[in-house]
Design a protein around this ligand. Structure first.
Ligand code: OAD
Ligand code: ZN
Length: 363
């Protein structure tokens, strides 16, 4: 099982405690508790005074756009989750109804996430490979969001893109590997779990389509794609690059993630306390616990408090958000042209990708 505390470098899910605390009744109780402690000389903590320094004229999308136009940021870090790929036909994990974890009944798992848990896989790899076949990528067409990230790179503004996705669409969109941190690994290569022999995507694809659990040609061990399962460590590149990059970051943009899988989710707090953070997502995610907020402490996004000077939520579809932002920046025509040209190239190389009914996959 994945660890529950999220303190190591293995993916784990956080949020249950904060969900409990985020009920409206809890506000009253907490205000009461804080008042009680104040009677004994405890005072609501002031946020780091530095964090109140205003970098944006206003904490809105317009404020972020002006900040970019004034050439005040040169080192943008972007972070993504499955929400940037859903418009390519790839389901995310947790959206009610369409999310992968809501559609796994037929695999009779102890719980939906077990399909990506290493201990379960070692006991019974068959459900994972059956799902891999069902969802095997049919087309690889990056979305407007992917090409918006590519434009940030082309304009020399992208310090690094951190992704939880294993669909490789960032690479397909033309962002060079050196600019990427694929935090949850990639489907591109596979390794034997026993002797570590490497296998190609083609080799893996053949076995998946033959309904076989892929086994090593040398030692007969099970061969697993190099994606990070719950219970496995993230690639070393993740913590190396976080340490190098985040102190230099002057704008963080987070797209399409529930921000509940650790350690990925908590790196949003590794930027400087003045660094503006923009979330583009269908729902507000990554917000700090109310308890902490009421005490003026804690980590996470602070979109709605009167003290907020830097966190911005643009709520809606990632592709719309990126297009609106591109329009405000005067980049819209360039973005749409890039999408059209790149999609035409992909169609020419792979006529199958024209078929919009064909399913993509986050696998
Ligand atoms: P989730 O499914 O947890 O969250 C996707 C988020 O994107 C949700 O907040 C959706 O509301 C939002 N969303 C979906 N489609 C969108 C769209 N078109 N535009 C805007 N927002 C949209 O996916 P992740 O956060 O990527 O890890 O999940 C993180 C990790 O959990 C995955 O990498 C995977 C999974 O278990 C492992 O398996 C280790
Ligand atoms: Zn082997």
């Amino acid at each position: 099982m994945a660890s529950a505390d999220g303190n190591d470098d293995k993916p784990s899910v956080s949020g249950t405690f904060s969900e409990m605390l985020n009920s409206s009744k809890m506000d009253e109780i907490l205000e009461g508790m804080i008042g009680y402690f104040q009677n004994f000389g405890f005072h609501r903590g002031e946020s780091d005074s530095k964090s109140k320094e205003k970098v944006l004229d206003e904490p809105t999308l317009d404020g972020i756009v002006k900040y970019i136009q004034d050439q005040k940021c040169k080192n943008i870090i972007t972070m993504a989750g499955a929400g940037i790929s859903t418009s390519a036909g790839i389901p995310d994990f947790r959206s009610p109804g369409s999310g992968l974890y809501h559609n796994l009944e037929k695999y009779k798992l102890p719980d939906p996430q077990a399909i990506f848990e290493i201990d379960f896989f070692l006991e019974n790899p068959q459900p994972f490979f059956a799902l891999a076949k069902e969802l095997y990528p049919g087309s690889f067409k990056p979305t407007i969001s992917h090409y918006f990230l590519r434009m940030l790179h082309d304009k020399g503004l992208l310090l690094r893109h951190y992704t939880q996705n294993i669909d490789t669409l960032e690479r397909v969109a033309g962002i060079p590997g050196e600019k990427l941190v694929e935090a949850h690994g990639t489907f591109h290569t596979s390794h034997c779990l026993k002797c570590k022999k490497e296998y190609s995507l083609e080799w893996m694809k053949e076995r998946i389509f033959a309904d076989a659990v892929p086994t090593c040609e040398d030692c007969n061990g099970v061969v697993k794609p190099d994606i990070v399962f719950f219970g496995e460590s993230l690639p070393a590149r993740f913590s190396q690059k976080v340490s190098e990059d985040f102190s230099k970051c002057d704008l963080l943009i987070i797209l399409g993630s529930s921000l509940i899988v650790q350690p990925f989710a908590s790196i949003i707090d590794r930027v400087k306390p003045t660094c503006p953070r923009l979330l583009i997502n269908r729902e507000k995610t990554g917000q700090r616990d109310r308890v902490m907020q009421l005490m003026g402490m804690g980590a996470g996004m602070d979109f709605d408090s009167s003290e907020n000077t830097r966190d911005v939520a643009w709520i809606g579809d990632c592709d719309n958000g990126c297009q609106v932002m591109a329009k405000k920046l005067g980049w819209e025509d360039e973005l749409l042209k890039l999408v059209e040209e790149e999609h035409a190239k992909i169609d020419a190389e792979n006529p199958k990708s024209k078929d919009s009914d064909e399913k993509g996959s986050n696998l």
